[in-house]
Design a protein around this ligand. Structure first.
Ligand SMILES: [Fe+2]
Length: 263
């Protein structure tokens, strides 16, 4: 049996070749940019998944599986961008489901036993679902939860970079074209006050959007992820973008209290 580092390097090399085919074929500079962004995000999520798995003291095979799931979690994105020209699942296809299809048709997972392959496929398919509570076994649960945490951690970085570019189209894409306002929609406040992840469907204002991002802390699975959030300049920047009105200050304090209590 190959050692864990060799297995990771082989899958990484296969994955890089896979992505490069899409990037080389793509003539539209904006779509190329999106693919580069996703390539970078994939590697960052892999590194963050490894770091969470190490902090949780998992054994080396489990750390490998988390690293691989992190790297491949968005594998559906490349085909989604090429076919539909968008990252918007609502106007194209669920990229977790597409990733599952894509990965099933590659030989990337050949080094793994069947139970491991199924766990990795489950993590890819479910990394973007609002709620996942029905796990077939423990290994699947751990890999999926690490992937979901690592993905969220890295999205704070990606969002920060997109907002800092000050390119209106990029900002608009991040903020989903919401109305710029300091107001908080009642449903958004209700979710946070009950310690729940805000549902995207209730967002009206840009302030709602930033609050929804902060509410991701209610959907994190590991203490080590919450510790990383505590020290994250990207998370802090997101919080600093919010207006200073009483309602927002109160909601922010609920979020930060949760981080302190859980980490
Ligand atoms: Fe994703």
């Amino acid at each position: 049996m190959l050692d864990v580092n060799t297995i990771f390097e082989e899958i990484e090399s296969d994955f890089m070749n896979y992505i490069d085919c899409y990037i080389d074929d793509e003539e539209d500079p904006e779509y190329r940019r999106l693919m580069e962004l996703k390539k970078d995000h994939s590697m960052q999520v892999s590194a963050k998944a490894e770091s969470i798995a190490q902090a949780e003291n998992f054994e080396s095979r489990m750390i490998l599986l988390c690293k691989v799931a992190g790297m491949l979690h968005d594998i559906g994105r490349f085909e989604q961008i090429q076919i539909y020209g968008t990252l918007d699942d609502l106007n194209s296809v669920d990229h977790g489901d597409l990733g599952y299809e894509v990965l099933s048709n590659t030989g990337f997972l050949e080094h793994f036993e069947t139970v491991e392959q199924l766990a990795l496929l489950f993590a890819v398919k479910n990394h973007n679902k609002r709620l996942v509570d029905d796990y077939p076994n423990e290994i699947t649960e751990v890999i999926t939860k690490v992937t979901r945490d690592a993905d969220k951690l890295d999205v704070f970085r990606v969002m920060f970079n997109s907002l800092e570019e000050h390119i209106p189209e990029h900002t608009n894409a991040v903020l989903l074209g919401l109305t710029e306002s300091d107001d908080v929609t009642n449903d958004v406040a209700d979710y946070i006050e009950s310690g729940k992840l805000v549902n995207k469907e209730v967002l009206v204002t840009t302030t709602d959007f930033y609050l929804m991002q902060l509410s991701w802390v209610f959907d994190l699975n590991f203490k080590s992820t919450l510790k990383k959030i505590k020290g994250s300049e990207y998370f802090q920047n997101l919080s600093d973008r919010l207006p200073d009105n009483d309602r927002v200050v109160k909601l922010k304090s609920i979020v930060f209290q949760h981080i302190t209590n859980q980490s």
